[in-house]
Ligand binder design. Structure first.
Ligand code: SF4
Length: 211
């Protein structure tokens, strides 16, 4: 157990170091890069300020300041929700995608490629993460296709059982703040048509799709 703890600490320190270096190269703070990396993976229900704040565990004030910096640098843009103009979606602009391609994430991705027993490692880390999220009372986010509400319709596409919206293959691979653990026995099934800001159907628990 001690060795495992040391390994996790060392990995976390190295990732933080890479993050700081990448951010510094672009005149940004580490949190700015974390916001960009999150937005690259977030789906249409999760690219809103409250979801970013929940995912990163930061408050609205610092988040607003960070979004203002990223907007001023031309890395993000805001787009009002088609159904509810009070909701603003935050979209990445092309320079942000380029920046991420050369960031610490690319190095991490390279290190993960070809790692033996990657599937077992992923499963173990997912369980550890879910445990930590419960201990910290942190909301679980997860990959859409592994959600209890994902209804496959073939070729990777599907439909969201929570909102009734169609989901493309690309949508199914994105992060969602409404993700629900399929193994949660007590979950309920809210009616279709829920808004993007609707509360989760059940509390998050351990599952490999959680992030
Ligand atoms: S199926 Fe689940 S993860 Fe996918 S959009 Fe619906 S609530 Fe979100």
């Amino acid at each position: 157990m001690t060795r495992l703890l040391l390994l996790l600490e060392r990995l976390a320190a190295l990732i933080q170091q890479g993050l700081r270096e990448s951010a510094g190269q672009h005149g940004l703070q580490p949190v700015h890069l974390l916001i960009l990396a999150y937005l690259e993976r977030a789906n249409r229900y999760s690219d809103i300020p409250i979801a970013i704040a929940e995912y990163l565990g930061i408050t609205r004030g610092p988040l607003s300041q960070s979004l203002a910096v990223l907007e001023a640098k031309g890395l993000i843009e805001r787009e009002p929700d088609a159904k509810d103009g009070r909701i603003q979606h935050i979209r990445l602009r092309d320079p942000a995608r380029e920046l991420l391609r050369e960031s610490w994430l690319a190095r991490l991705s390279m290190a993960l490629q070809g790692l033996p027993q990657a599937a077992a490692l992923e499963q173990g880390l997912a369980l550890l993460l879910a445990e930590m999220q419960q201990l910290n009372r942190h909301q679980a986010f997860g990959i859409c296709r592994s959600c209890a509400h994902f209804q496959p319709i073939g070729e990777g596409a599907g439909r969201c059982g929570l909102t009734g919206d169609a989901l493309s293959l690309a949508d199914s691979e994105k992060l969602c703040r409404e993700w629900t653990d399929p193994s949660a026995s007590s979950r309920s099934s809210p009616a279709a048509g829920s808004s993007p800001g609707a509360p989760k159907a059940s509390p998050p628990t351990a599952e490999t799709g959680a992030t």
